[in-house]
Design a protein around this ligand. Structure first.
Ligand code: ZN
Length: 180
């Protein structure tokens, strides 16, 4: 079982850095970081977490979609570590969906993302994986991928205040409409 890590909050300069490539996936420190990130994301009711969010500026994140109190309509999947990830291709279709971030507590934003993406990453067993991701899981990937480049979801909002609401209003309005 991994250890719980503390999550940086918006304003911490590490969140704005471009993370470096992971050279050795079998490194003990990297394997432990994966376990710790998995434990931390579950505990925080998140659906994804990137290493820079816990002050480790390296290109690694966890995608762990599952229904929870913050995202009750999220699809269920096995939590997956994605190392040195890349987006190889994407749909022309862009969809808007509500996102939050463990680094920005209490705020949700309506963020435009590609509906489908083709991605490549190395898994924790050092195997190269190629996958097509769609809809909510594609959204998580794009959100976490942004963290590796110092981008926060708020940067992607159109400057229209209808695109930003508090967590409390989100729970009240949006979840009842079964949107994510
Ligand atoms: Zn985030």
């Amino acid at each position: 079982m991994g250890e719980l890590l503390s999550v940086l909050q918006l304003g911490n300069p590490v969140l704005r850095q471009k993370a470096s490539f992971v050279e050795n996936i079998n490194d003990e420190h990297i394997q432990k970081l994966i376990d710790d990130l998995m434990a931390t994301v579950v505990k925080a009711n998140g659906v994804g977490i990137a290493a820079p969010q816990v002050a480790q500026s390296c290109r690694l994140f966890i995608v762990a979609s599952h229904p929870n109190s913050r995202y009750p309509n999220a699809p269920e999947m096995e939590p997956t570590a994605m190392i040195n990830p890349k987006i190889i291709a994407h749909s022309t279709e862009i969809v808007k969906g509500w996102e939050g971030c463990l680094c920005v507590p209490g705020i949700r934003g309506l963020v435009p993302r590609y509906q489908a993406i083709e991605v490549e990453y190395t898994d924790r067993n050092d195997k190269l994986q190629k996958q097509e991701l769609t809809d909510f899981v594609a959204r998580i990937f794009q959100h976490e991928y942004d963290h590796l480049n110092g981008i926060i979801f708020l940067d992607r909002l159109k400057s229209n205040l209808d695109n930003i609401i508090t967590e409390q209003e989100y729970q009240k309005q949006i979840i009842n409409n079964t949107q994510l």
